[in-house]
Design a protein around this ligand. Structure first.
Ligand SMILES: *[C@@H]1O[C@H](CO)[C@@H](O)[C@H](O)[C@H]1NC(C)=O
Ligand SMILES: *[C@@H]1O[C@H](CO)[C@@H](O)[C@H](O)[C@H]1NC(C)=O
Ligand SMILES: *[C@@H]1O[C@H](CO)[C@@H](O)[C@H](O)[C@H]1NC(C)=O
Ligand SMILES: *[C@@H]1O[C@H](CO)[C@@H](O)[C@H](O)[C@H]1NC(C)=O
Ligand SMILES: [Zn+2]
Length: 435
């Protein structure tokens, strides 16, 4: 296990900047006095270090070679290196390319200070490998559910940022060179709200400038998940798109996503969770987040951001306490409740997707036609989208598509700017620094 692949990524032109990962608490002022007396230290009786957590995961994978495997990717940009470990679950590895299975991509630890999320990743992997059980769930039903899934788990997306947290910078949410990985994706990238806080939300110099974001994007585009969940902490919430505007997408699939989140809230969050679009619920808009990218560009039909814990009473300086449970009871409660919530979510959404699949008529699909669809149809044999293609070919096509898309969008933007001039109105269609 543990193959290592080198991604040498050509940098995408910084024409369009959109960052994806949803970053809650951008409104929290993070100029922190780390030596202040009010800051709670990491509770090492409850939390693994990043090293021991990865060792535990590695050991788990080694105990279940039939079901789990692990890969580590490495990427770099201008002398900045990042590693990313991905664990893949499939109950019978021989069936990993079986197209009738649903593919799920889960990311944890995108923000360094949200340690609890990576502990949940370990718990979920333990449940998938049946080393831990879920109370009140029929084992046969669980077995049948797992049979239908292929799950990729990124237990610690932002390893470099987490290292800074463990070295004492408890409020750090950004990566190893100060970029917010949930603002470095391309949908609506670089737009800054009035409450924009460069310390918290630095989107980077262009979309996908960060190796971590590039690796996640590649993973998503090659895996083509049906379900994406970006797992954070700082509050209790179940968010769906969009993060960059105050609305949810139109249409029946979006409506059903909302219903599902409401059910999860009722079943596993005791009604405490905020439910709705990220941008509409949290009190600020977030630009360039991962979930908006997954939904809008990668066209993942079910894309969510789950916020699994937050202590609103903690002082703004006390980041470990604000983002992570500090006592054993709460720690266990969060892991129990949320691992159960994830299983319920897999269960409901596979049923939903079954229905969508059986109803996939041309008219239904029309709702999803986007620039990307158009380009896929234009540049690629449609058939190959649904078959496992060689990664090299895929990446080549991906670059071509990306450039074509950028060209297309920039033409549209130029046209828009031209029209604006004519109408002598100046409107902030695009803000940010790329143009
Ligand atoms: C941080 O807090 C400590 C203790 O309250 C204080 O002594 C120190 O001057 C503060 N540092 C800064 C930079 O504010
Ligand atoms: C999935 O949902 C079905 C129908 O609601 C239920 O009978 C079953 O027990 C659930 N399975 C799991 C693993 O939650
Ligand atoms: C991501 O960060 C990199 C590095 O700072 C930057 O060059 C790039 O523009 C950023 N992209 C987005 C979408 O924020
Ligand atoms: C699928 O089609 C049936 C019958 O036309 C309809 O009742 C059902 O709501 C549809 N489901 C979805 C998810 O569109
Ligand atoms: Zn976060």
């Amino acid at each position: 296990m543990g193959s290592r692949r080198d991604f040498s990524l050509s940098s995408t032109p910084s024409l369009l900047v959109i960052l994806f990962c949803f970053g809650p608490f951008s409104h929290i002022n993070a100029k922190v006095n780390l030596t202040g007396p009010s800051s709670t230290p990491i509770n090492r009786d409850l939390y693994h270090t990043s090293d021991t957590l990865m060792e535990q995961i590695k050991a788990l994978v080694h105990r279940h070679p039939d079901k789990l495997y692990m890969e580590t990717f490495r990427s770099k940009n201008k002398g900045y290196h990042a590693d990313m470990t991905v664990v893949t679950y499939c109950r019978n590895r021989k069936q990993i390319d079986d197209k009738s299975k649903y593919r799920i991509l889960l990311s944890f630890g995108q923000h360094g200070r949200e340690l609890i999320t990576s502990e949940l990743a370990l718990r979920i992997l333990s449940i998938l490998s049946k080393e831990q059980s879920l109370p009140n769930v029929d084992p046969l039903s669980l077995h049948n559910l797992f049979e239908r899934l292929v799950i990729k788990v990124v237990p610690m997306e932002n390893m470099n940022g987490r290292e800074l947290v463990e070295a004492g910078d408890l409020c750090e949410r950004r990566n190893g060179r100060g970029v917010d990985l949930n603002r470095n994706w391309s949908v609506d990238w670089g737009k800054k709200e009035k409450d924009y806080d460069p310390y918290e939300e630095n989107p980077g110099t262009a979309p996908f400038s960060e190796p971590e974001t590039q690796m996640m994007r590649k993973l998503c585009l090659s895996f083509e998940p049906h379900i994406w969940i970006n797992v954070h902490s700082g509050m209790e919430a179940l968010f769906m798109p969009y993060d960059h505007k105050n609305t949810t997408p139109d249409g029946l699939p979006s409506y059903r996503m909302k219903l599902m989140l409401q059910r999860l809230n009722h079943l596993h969050c005791k009604g405490r969770c905020l439910v709705g679009s990220g941008g509409g619920s949290v009190g600020y808009l977030a630009h360039g987040t991962a979930t908006d990218y997954m939904f809008d560009v990668a066209r993942v039909p079910m894309a969510f951001t789950f916020e699994i814990y937050g202590d609103g009473t903690a002082s703004a300086k006390d980041c470990f306490k604000m983002f992570n449970p500090v006592d054993q009871t709460t720690f266990n409660r969060v892991l129990n409740d949320w691992s159960a919530a994830f299983i319920t979510m897999f269960n409901i959404s596979t049923h939903e997707l079954d229905e969508l699949r059986s109803n996939t008529t041309a008219s239904n699909l029309d709702k999803f036609v986007s620039i990307d669809d158009y380009l896929n149809g234009y540049l690629m044999d449609r058939r190959s989208r649904y078959e496992k293609k060689m990664e090299v070919l895929d990446l080549g096509m991906q670059e071509i598509r990306t450039y074509f898309r950028l060209f297309f969008l920039s033409s549209v933007l130029l046209l828009l700017m031209f029209c604006c001039r004519i109408s002598k109105r100046i409107r902030p269609i695009i803000s940010g620094t790329t143009f």
